[in-house]
Design a protein around this ligand. Structure first.
Ligand code: MLT
Length: 323
């Protein structure tokens, strides 16, 4: 048989027969992270993947597929073969907000099988050190007094940092000029370099730069201080009461992936979340473990639907334009 015929035959095999769960996994698994390397999503995926491979007995590869607020990478995972070898990493931005902003060629609920809810963290309002403010109230005063909107780094329209920015605008009446990156890793580099004014960022992404004093942290979007950043006030303490936002993450696989395969991926992720070393790494980044009773695939599915109901009205009212 010619090479083309063989290739077609192999390709058909990949789609014709649902993965057999008995010998799953029999080859490496890829986690698609829809943001660039070096950001908070990438960091969490790599930390968890390193431990999941011990349970699964196969390498876990992380592939960064970026662009359009994470919706391109999510599409890659959604349209992969439903065999468990391609797992999609996502979060509030990609698996809730994007559905209200983009004309997606997939449905965030009906085209995916939830696998497991992952750790979450509050957002933190951070600025470049050159901003003449040391408290949140001073920062808001500076933002309101500016002749032109301050620049706010995001991971693209619909990303967690973008939704947080919209929420910050709503809560304060300021206007921001968003500067989109392929992830908040590169956005943070530009903030440290003073190229942009601020980010409403995941705590896990900014915490080390705040600790190092290379950027300024004003408040965390929670009603209690972060154990890993006890000197950063809450938004309630800093004068912006009720501006709370928790960015949670999760893993999904394409619709049609066999339940037994989903169960094996879920078990490996739960093993990782229960591993003391993994917990220490994640908690040191300011991440909070999901509640033990929220670790089933169904719990992530229910949570995502509830978050869609919660966030879509605000996001749609913001009338975000994406080119
Ligand atoms: C976001 O803002 O959606 C994420 O923090 C982006 C990322 O993980 O790089």
């Amino acid at each position: 048989m010619g090479r083309a015929v063989w290739a077609t035959f192999i390709a058909l095999l990949a789609f014709c027969c649902p993965a057999s769960a008995d010998n799953f996994p029999s080859r490496p698994i890829t986690i698609v992270v829809p943001f660039s390397a070096g950001g908070p999503s990438d960091a969490m995926a790599r930390i968890l993947g390193e431990r999941m491979k011990l349970t699964l007995g196969q390498a876990i590869l992380v592939e960064n597929v970026t662009g359009a607020g994470g919706s391109i990478g999510v599409g890659r995972a959604v349209h992969a073969a439903p065999d468990g070898y391609t797992v999609g990493f996502g979060h509030l931005g990609t698996h809730v907000a994007n559905g209200a902003i983009y004309k997606l060629n997939y449905d965030l609920v009906s085209d995916l099988e939830p696998v497991v809810l992952l750790p979450s963290n509050p957002m933190i309002i951070v600025s470049k050190n050159a901003v003449p403010a040391t408290t949140l109230k001073e920062l808001i005063g500076w933002l309101k007094a500016r002749p032109a909107p301050a620049t706010a780094g995001t991971a693209g329209a619909g990303s967690g940092s973008h939704i947080a920015g919209l929420y910050f605008e709503n809560a304060t009446g300021i206007k921001l000029q968003y500067v989109p990156y392929r992830g908040t890793g590169p956005a943070l580099n530009d903030l440290v370099a003073g190229q942009i004014d601020l980010i409403v960022d995941q705590l896990s992404n900014s915490i080390n730069q705040v600790r190092a004093g290379t950027i300024r942290g004003y408040a965390v979007t929670d009603d209690k201080r972060a154990g890993s950043a006890p000197d950063i006030p809450t938004t309630d303490e800093a004068g912006l009461s009720g501006f709370h936002m928790t960015l949670w993450s999760g893993l999904w696989v394409p619709k049609g992936t066999p339940k037994e395969v989903v169960a094996k991926l879920n078990a490996a992720a739960v093993d990782a979340l229960n591993d003391s070393q993994v917990r220490k790494q994640l908690e040191n980044l300011g991440l909070q473990m999901p509640p033990a009773d929220k670790l089933t695939p169904e719990a992530l599915g229910d949570w995502q639907k509830a978050e869609i109901a919660k966030w879509w009205p605000m996001i749609k009212a913001a009338n975000v334009k994406v080119d």
